[in-house]
Design a protein around this ligand. Structure first.
Ligand SMILES: [Zn+2]
Length: 402
C-alpha cells in the first residue's frame, strides 16, 4: 500500500498532464488601443494559437479563451481598462485554457482574428470591439446658411495605435508627428470663414483605411487630405511629395513599393479585414473616379507648390500611386508625404512644433488657393471668392511671402 499510493498518484499526474493541452504558446503582452468608437485589444503571442470568443450580456462582457496559453511575466498583470473596456480580468479555466474577460461599459460587437507575423510584430491575436450600432455615428453637417454652406475638409493623420508608421533613426514615430501636423492643419482650416476641418483620427488609435474614407463621406467632405511622413533606406533622401490616386496603378517601382507599405496598415500580417469584396469594390470605384481625380490633381498641385516654399520638394510633380485611402470615388483626395522621417535632419524638423506649423500652413494655403480658384457652387467660399482677392482672405498662413 505504502508503495502503491505514490505510484498511482504519479500515473494520474502523468495522464492528467498528457490530457491537458500542452503549453503551446506564450502571451507576452496584452495591449489595448481605444478610439472614439472602437477599441482594439492585442495579445502578443509566441506562436499560433486556437481561441474562442464569446460576447455575453448582463453584465456586458467579452470572454476570450486561448488554448494552451501561458502568461509570461510581461503579461501577468492585467492591463487597465480603457475606452469601452472597463476592466480586464485574467484567469484559467479548469480545462486549461487561458481566459481573458473584458468587462465592457456598454453593449458591443466583437470580432477576433489571428494575425501572422510581419516585420514589426510576431503572432498577434486581435480583438476588435465596436459599438452595436453602425460605426458611422451620424453627424450633422452645420451649414452657415442653406444657400451658402461651409466647405468640409477631411484631415487624415496617417497610421495610429499599434501601427506607428515609419520610424526615424532617433525613434520619432510617423503616427505622432503626422497627428500634430494634422491637428494644426485642421485648426488653420477651421479658423477660415466658410471652411471646416474634420479629423479622421484625433488620438493614438488605429482607424482602418476604409473607415477613414467612410468618416470623410459621412461628413460630406469636399476634400480629403491624408498626412504622412515618408521613409526610405537611403537616409540622404529628403523633401516632401504629394500623391493622388493613379488610375492605371503605380507608374514606377518606387511608388508601388510605397503604396504597398502605406496600404499595409489594413493588412495585418497579410490578413485583409472585411475586404473580401475588394477587387469588385476597386473596379466600381475606379469607374466613378475620373471626375474627382482631375480635381485631386489640381488641388494637389496647389499644395505641392506651397510645400515648395517651406523646404525641399522631393519631386516637382504630383505623384500617382494606388493608395487605398485615396479611393473615395466622389471626394477629391490627396496624400501628403510631408518629409522623410528617415532623413536625420528632417526627423529633427518633423519633431519641431514650429516646423509642424509651417508644413500645416503650407498645406492649408494650397487647400485655400485651390478652393478659391475652384469654389464649389453654393458654398460660402464661392461667395467670398467672388468678392475678395483669394490671398487677402487668408490670415493664418505661416509664410508671408505671398
Ligand atoms: Zn505613412
Amino acid at each position: 500500500m505504502k508503495f502503491r499510493i505514490p505510484q498511482i498518484a504519479w500515473v494520474m499526474l502523468l495522464s492528467t498532464s498528457w490530457m491537458l493541452p500542452a503549453h503551446a504558446v506564450d502571451v507576452r503582452a496584452i495591449r489595448l488601443w481605444a478610439g472614439p468608437d472602437s477599441t482594439r485589444v492585442v495579445l502578443d503571442l509566441s506562436g499560433s494559437a486556437q481561441h474562442s470568443l464569446q460576447v455575453l450580456k448582463n453584465p456586458d462582457r467579452v470572454v476570450l479563451d486561448v488554448a494552451g496559453a501561458r502568461l509570461t511575466s510581461g503579461a501577468r498583470t492585467a492591463p487597465a481598462g480603457t475606452g469601452m473596456v472597463k476592466q480586464v480580468r485574467l484567469g484559467r479555466r479548469p480545462t486549461g485554457e487561458l481566459r481573458i474577460v473584458l468587462d465592457m461599459a456598454r453593449p458591443i460587437q466583437a470580432k477576433s482574428f489571428l494575425a501572422a507575423p510581419n516585420n514589426r510584430y510576431g503572432y498577434r491575436l486581435v480583438i476588435d470591439l465596436g459599438q452595436t450600432q453602425s460605426v458611422e455615428t451620424p453627424v450633422k453637417v452645420e451649414h452657415a446658411r442653406p444657400d451658402a454652406r461651409d466647405l468640409i475638409i477631411a484631415v487624415d493623420a496617417g497610421h495610429g495605435g499599434e501601427d506607428p508608421g515609419a520610424i526615424g533613426k532617433n525613434g520619432t514615430r510617423e503616427k505622432d508627428v503626422v497627428l500634430a501636423i494634422a491637428r494644426e492643419l485642421a485648426l488653420k482650416i477651421s479658423a477660415e470663414p466658410g471652411m471646416k476641418a474634420v479629423l479622421t483620427r484625433n488620438g493614438d488609435y488605429f482607424v482602418p483605411l476604409r473607415d477613414r474614407m467612410r468618416r470623410a463621406r459621412a461628413q460630406q467632405a469636399d476634400l480629403f487630405v491624408s498626412v504622412h511622413a515618408d521613409s526610405i533606406r537611403d537616409r540622404r533622401v529628403d523633401g516632401s511629395s504629394v500623391y493622388i490616386l493613379s488610375q492605371r496603378g503605380a507608374t514606377d517601382e518606387a511608388s508601388r513599393w510605397l503604396a504597398e507599405r502605406e496600404n499595409a496598415s489594413d493588412l495585418i500580417g497579410g490578413v485583409s479585414l472585411d475586404d473580401k469584396d475588394d477587387v469588385l469594390a476597386s473596379v466600381l470605384l475606379d469607374l466613378s473616379q475620373s471626375a474627382s481625380l482631375s480635381a485631386s490633381q489640381v488641388a494637389a498641385e496647389r499644395v505641392l507648390r506651397e510645400l515648395n516654399r517651406v523646404g525641399e520638394v522631393r519631386k516637382p510633380q504630383v505623384q500617382q500611386a494606388r493608395f487605398m485611402v485615396l479611393k473615395s470615388p466622389d471626394i477629391p483626395s490627396m496624400l501628403v508625404e510631408t518629409a522623410y522621417i528617415s532623413n536625420p535632419q528632417e526627423e529633427v524638423r518633423l519633431r519641431s512644433p514650429l516646423h509642424q506649423e509651417k508644413l500645416a500652413a503650407a498645406i492649408h494655403q494650397g487647400v485655400h488657393d485651390y478652393f478659391y480658384a475652384n469654389p464649389p457652387a453654393g458654398t460660402r467660399v464661392a461667395q467670398l471668392a467672388a468678392g475678395a482677392a483669394p490671398r487677402a482672405v487668408l490670415a493664418t498662413a505661416g509664410d508671408s511671402g505671398g
